[in-house]
Each structure stands twice: as structure tokens, then as C-alpha cells.
Write a protein that binds this ligand. Structure first.
Ligand SMILES: *Cc1c(COP(=O)(O)O)cnc(C)c1O
Length: 366
């Protein structure tokens, strides 16, 4: 089986976890502090705060941004559910802007029309590892006094005009979940250049605590452990190698798959460094078989193709009840019907890519 995701765990990660075990200090401690220093340096931000998931990262970032009930937060209808749920956790209302069909990121030409007097923040999603149109988003945000929270959960190491994801808005949110480009099993990071935001996140992840047993406000237990931080520190040292391997596989997939009728290879916009968390193609109605048949056929050939994501977010019951219906975001709905992600991670070999490409070509000629 050529898996759709496979974390690379080396001797370094194992030794680092062992060292934490031997130290006897397992919860948030010196490894978390080290990870925060390394991650901020990597992204080019003043601060990075470790947290126990990407979902918690977005929740904490929205809290730091002062989002609460009555506010509106703009995001996209085509992403993982954890982009939108944290908006609901704060009590605010998500407002959706359709995606650009080429990049799968927010269609910035539709952004301004979604802004109301209640809008407080925008969450662009750097989907599949390619950053959104950040200059346009930042410019609109500035004009309307809005806070920009990047959902960079799929985009560690991605760049926009030479700047790293996580350093493109007011706050950046990352996931260290096992399938992400770097991982610690579960985990997350928030990046920012704003000291007040950094302090708010430090409190929020620890019960709203500002000093021992001083609880200033409602908070959570969102701490990362030193065991996880030890893994992430080693993964971060390898991130550039992981990224190059993904990009090399993406280039081979592109060469092998371009020019097939009804199959659209991913588009990379100008000034982006796409890190291919997913290599996502579209199977349109011009392809000989349907998208779902395509996925099944690849599975039958031991190729772990995946659909990210099969439904647009506004069609899930708890979002739909906010007064959304099918047809509201045609590009998101179309993407959900057409996308297929192919294995692209560092453990995929050039030989594996050949296997994937010839399996797909057989489907064309079957
Ligand atoms: C993974 C992911 C999240 C959530 O991260 P978790 O660590 O799983 O909580 C949020 N948004 C996007 C786009 C993701 O891919």
C-alpha cells in the first residue's frame, strides 16, 4: 500500500522522547520552551506558543484577538472542520466566502462583500500547503480594521513573497497532528509578533492563569507536553528536507499527469512556495469514470488516494443551521465533488510515483 500519509520517525525523535522520559519531567517544561524558540525563529516571528492541537491553536488565537459572542469571523467553506469550529467555540458567527477554483484558497474578490459592522477577523486557510492571496487579504483587513488569523495548519514552511506562513497575518495557527508536514502525534503552535497576543495565549492555554493561582479569566488546559515538544523539535530540524521531498514528488506527479483529459493538476499561484501537504487533483466529468470510482479504483491498486474534503463546510448540520443551503458556495461544492489527493509525502519514492501515474493512465484507457 502506498499510504496517503506517513510520519517519518527517526532515531532522533526516539532518542529525544527517551531523554524526556529519563528526565522525569513530562508535561510543559524545557522542551516546550525550546520548541517555541525554534519555531518562532523558523517562521520569522517574535513569538511562538505551543498548544495541544491545531484546533486549540485557532481557538486560542481567536480568543487573543478578542473575538466573542456577537462578532462575525470570515473564513472559507472548503477546509477541514477545525477551521470553523473554533469560531463557534468563541460564540462568534462564521461568515463564509467562496474559494478560488484554481488555488482552493479564499476568493479575495468576494471578501469585501462579506464584511459587516460585526466583522472582527478573517481566517484565510493555506489549503493543501499553498498560502492564500495574503496581500489582498491584509489590505482589506487593514482598511476595515480586522484581525487576520492564518489557518496555516497544512502550511508549515510555505512561503508568500519570500515570507513564511505564520508571519503573514496577525496570528498564525499550526497543527502538529500525525499526518501534517511536521508532527508530534497531536499538537499545535500559534505564531505572532504581538506581545499582548502572546501573553493572552499563554494564559488561555493554562486556565486563564496570569501568575500562580491567579485566574484572570476563563481558560482551558491546552498545554503541549515535553514528550510531544521533543518530537516536534527534531521534526522541525528536518522540515526543509521533508518539504523538498514533497516538492520533488509533486513535480514528478505533475509531469506524469499533465495533459490527461478530465484530470486537472494543482495550480501554483505566483510568488508562492507550495509545500504540498496534499497533492490534490480534480477529476471532472470529462474523465472516463467518476471521482468516487477513481478513488475506489486506486484503492484496489493499493494506492491510498484520499478525498479532502468530501463536503463543503456549510452543508454540515451545525453550520447549515446558520442559514446556509446547498448552492450558496458553488466553487466549494464543486471542489468537494471533484478533488482527490494523491500520496506525495517524503516516504513516497520516485518508483511509487511511477506506479501511481501508470495506475491512473490505465483508468483513462480502461
Ligand atoms: C489539521 C487541521 C486543523 C486542526 O488541527 P488539529 O491538530 O487536528 O486540531 C485545522 N485546520 C486545518 C486546515 C487542518 O488541516
Amino acid at each position: 500500500m502506498i499510504r496517503i500519509a506517513q510520519p517519518e520517525i527517526g532515531e532522533e525523535e526516539i532518542a529525544a522522547v527517551n531523554a524526556v522520559m529519563q528526565s522525569g519531567i513530562l508535561a510543559q517544561g524545557s522542551r516546550v520552551a525550546q520548541l517555541e524558540e525554534d519555531f518562532a525563529k523558523y517562521c520569522g516571528t517574535k513569538y511562538a506558543l505551543a498548544i495541544n492541537s491545531g484546533t486549540a491553536a485557532i481557538h486560542a488565537a481567536l480568543h487573543a484577538a478578542g473575538i466573542h459572542e456577537g462578532d462575525e469571523v470570515i473564513t472559507v467553506p472548503f477546509s477541514f472542520i477545525a477551521t470553523i469550529n473554533p469560531i463557534l467555540m468563541t460564540g462568534a458567527t462564521p461568515v463564509l466566502v467562496d474559494i478560488d477554483p484554481g488555488t482552493f484558497c479564499m476568493d479575495v474578490t468576494k471578501l469585501e462583500a462579506a464584511i459587516t459592522s460585526k466583522t472582527k477577523a478573517i481566517i484565510p486557510v493555506h489549503l493543501y500547503g499553498q498560502t492564500a492571496n495574503q496581500d489582498e487579504i491584509n489590505e482589506i483587513a487593514k482598511r476595515h480594521n480586522l484581525i487576520v488569523v492564518e489557518d496555516a495548519c497544512q502550511a508549515v514552511a510555505a512561503e508568500y513573497k519570500g515570507r513564511k506562513a505564520g508571519n503573514l497575518g496577525d496570528l498564525g495557527c499550526f497543527s502538529l497532528y500525525a499526518t501534517k508536514n511536521i508532527m508530534s502525534g497531536e499538537g499545535g503552535m500559534v505564531t505572532t509578533n504581538n506581545e499582548a497576543y502572546a501573553n493572552a495565549i499563554r494564559r488561555f492555554r493554562q486556565h486563564g492563569m496570569s501568575a500562580p493561582y491567579m485566574y484572570d479569566e476563563l481558560g482551558y488546559n491546552y498545554r503541549l507536553t515535553d514528550l510531544q515538544a521533543a518530537i516536534a523539535i527534531e521534526q522541525l530540524k528536518k522540515v526543509d528536507r521533508f518539504t523538498s521531498a514533497r516538492q520533488a514528488n509533486a513535480a514528478l506527479l505533475r509531469d506524469g499527469l499533465k495533459g490527461i483529459k478530465g484530470l486537472i493538476v494543482p495550480e501554483v499561484a505566483a510568488d508562492r512556495n507550495h509545500v504540498y501537504h496534499q497533492y490534490t487533483i480534480r477529476i471532472t466529468k470529462d474523465f472516463p469514470i467518476s471521482r468516487d470510482e477513481f478513488v475506489e479504483a486506486l484503492h484496489a491498486k493499493d494506492i491510498g488516494a484520499g478525498v479532502y474534503y468530501p463536503l463543503a463546510l456549510h452543508t454540515y448540520p451545525h453550520i447549515a443551521k446558520l442559514d446556509y443551503k446547498l448552492g450558496d458556495f458553488p466553487e466549494a461544492e464543486k471542489a468537494a465533488a471533484e478533488v482527490v489527493s494523491l500520496p506525495v509525502h517524503p516516504a513516497v519514492t520516485a518508483e511509487d510515483v511511477k506506479t501511481i501515474v501508470s495506475a491512473i493512465k490505465e483508468l483513462v484507457h480502461a
